[in-house]
Design a protein around this ligand. Structure first.
Ligand code: ZN
Length: 319
């Protein structure tokens, strides 16, 4: 039996004849693990998967050493969605939503409404916030755009135009796909193309060159548009085979892929440090029975601190 194609990765590539570069993102377990950690309803799982794919694609276009956070805040049934990606490929996410509001918006539309109006229906009005944090003593980058468009992918396009002046097109797919055993599991895929400045190899007059560059960019965008959601999501289709299928006539070159995985950065030590930053009286208010229980919003892991541990945490402090 042949090996299954690589999954959970960012595959950078360049189209030789088109002055365009791009990235293909394939996510299998990395999406499924986030969804199952919380047992999210399908509507929430879908926007979370879409956000993961978009975050992975954007992280690939930025050069940073740290964590990039993709956050959506709205006044709809899903009031908060957070995905973060570290420069070493750890991906995680969670969503906060109101079950009643979600049920009300899905009423009468059948099991799962389509993604066509996800932003107005699930998020309402609000903002998309992108933050890059490269640790202490560095300047935090933050870009904010209002939620405008039908899908998070539309909002990402607004972000490219308004916040980073990037000429780019993005295609995203997210859905449940049957695996080899016939079990439905969430997957997401994304394909982005970025226009590169013409490097002045041709010594033509400026106008002609601009025309060439615009024509080839339009062709690249049309080819990206021909990529189907099924192709973006198909776990049996090798990422390089998909790129070849789409762009081979124009000379596509794939670079080394980087792996992505659902991995949470929470730990008992980190939680303890956070708890210690509060006065003891506030910690006491958080008690369930005798214990203080802190649950990570990203991975749903619970950290339990008993009375002896809490005493030890505040040892030396005034009682
Ligand atoms: Zn966690």
């Amino acid at each position: 039996m042949s090996e299954p194609p690589p999954d959970n990765l960012v595959q950078p590539f360049q189209i030789e004849s088109m002055a365009a570069q791009g990235r293909l993102v394939r996510l299998g377990d990395a999406v499924q693990a986030v969804v199952t950690a919380h047992d999210y309803p399908a509507d929430v799982a879908r926007v979370l998967g879409e956000a993961e794919a978009i975050a992975a694609v954007i992280a690939g276009t930025l050069k940073f050493d740290g964590v990039m956070t993709f956050q959506v805040k709205g006044d709809g049934p899903v009031n908060m969605l957070v995905v973060d990606v570290s420069s070493d490929g750890a991906l995680r996410g969670y969503a906060q939503f109101s079950e009643e509001k979600l049920a009300a918006t899905s009423a009468g539309t059948g099991a799962i409404a389509g993604p066509q109006q996800d932003v107005p229906r699930l998020f309402g009005s609000g903002y998309l916030v992108l933050t890059v944090d490269q640790g202490p003593d560095t300047q935090r980058y933050q870009g904010i755009v209002p939620l405008k468009g039908a899908t998070l992918t539309d909002c990402a396009h607004t972000y490219f135009r308004q916040s980073v002046q990037l000429e780019a097109v993005l295609k995203v797919a997210v859905d449940r796909v049957a695996d080899a055993d016939g079990v439905l599991r969430w997957r997401a895929g994304a394909l982005i193309l970025q226009k590169l400045e013409q490097r002045g190899i041709q010594q033509q007059s400026g106008d002609d060159q601009d025309l060439d560059s615009d024509d080839s960019w339009r062709r690249a965008v049309a080819l990206l548009g021909s990529c189907t959601s099924a192709e973006l999501l198909d776990p049996s289709l090798h990422p390089n085979d998909l790129l070849y299928r789409l762009f081979n006539e124009d000379g596509v070159r794939a670079f080394d892929p980087s792996p992505l995985a659902m991995r949470c950065r929470c730990s008992r030590d980190r939680v303890e440090n956070v708890l210690r930053s509060f006065p003891r009286t506030e910690i006491t208010d958080m008690k369930i029975g005798d214990d203080v229980v802190v649950t990570c919003e990203f991975c749903n892991e619970s950290y339990i601190f008993g009375p002896v541990e809490i005493d030890a945490m505040y040892e030396g402090d005034e009682a």
